[in-house]
Design a protein around this ligand. Sequence first.
Ligand SMILES: Nc1ncnc2c1ncn2[C@@H]1O[C@H](COP(=O)(O)OP(=O)(O)OP(=O)(O)O)[C@@H](O)[C@H]1O
Length: 324
Amino acid sequence: MEPIIEARNLMKSYKKRKSKEYIQAVNDISFTVNKGEILGLLGPNGAGKTTTIKMICGLLIPDAGTITINGMDNREKRLGALRHISAVLEGNRNLYWRLTVRENLEYFAGNRGASRKDVAHQIEVLLTSFHLKEKENELVNRLSRGMQQKLAIAVAMLADSDVILLDEPTLGLDVETGYEVRELLRTIVDEYNRTIIISSHDMNVIQELCDRTVIINDGRVIVDDKVENLMKLFEVRAYSITIGDALSEHQQKLLQQKFPDYTYVADSMQPIIQIHLTKSDEIYELFDMLKMGGTSVESIDRDTINFEQIFMKIVKGEKEYVLG
Ligand SMILES: Nc1ncnc2c1ncn2[C@@H]1O[C@H](COP(=O)(O)OP(=O)(O)OP(=O)(O)O)[C@@H](O)[C@H]1O
């Protein structure tokens, strides 16, 4: 895999307001982004994502560390390096609100200096594939948030850059439009062969779209792994087991020792054991323990963990999955 972006040992601190103290927003962050991949940049509020994205786009200068884009340092060869990146940051600020959809596309395409014929063709393709054709003559300030978001991504596509950086692409969108934007991003990678970096709190975006995720917490990278690997690693299975009789105190104590996370709900019509297992064969150990105590199993329901739960576990440090 060929890297297109390499961030090395980035540091950035901000001076606190009305104070002499500094906040270390980014504390020695390094990661790479490979050509053609969709990378999810995640982290809780205040983790340092926006600061990192702004440093990549050249909007903020790091206190230390380097960023290379297609082999070019984004400070030493600023123009050459930043040519490869388009960013859609919060608030769709890259659009002209008093121009129509088509006028925005024409304006940004014009900036690029491509031939009229090419531009006209590209705009038609984008209007159609982004489902914006029937709104082409609408002013941007009259569009729904979802439509504005799609147009902002279309404008980023026009720049023809290899990498598209998206900050919270589905924030504030309804379920259907959020789904549509996710589909659109998948098409951009599959058909237009672009690299995408997404910073998001929307775990559906990450689970459905991203090949790899870099999770930042307190200004540091705590996970850099394929989403698929994390799903496997955290394939914690959550079971609800309805049992025939109440557990004795002794049984509860034994279960507690073996499965510290387990919950026993005794006050329902039928007692229930709720448990998260990391290995599927642990369920048999549980059955054995129940059998030895003379407790029958009436039914078992299973839930599989999703990426949102995995993210919460990582950030809370429940599972010791931290880069070694
Ligand atoms: N201009 C600034 N001045 C002072 N402190 C700042 C500034 N910008 C960010 N910070 C602080 O730096 C830290 C990292 O902020 P940053 O916006 O990069 O995090 P984030 O991961 O993008 O958070 P969110 O998900 O809430 O957008 C936070 O503690 C934040 O309060």
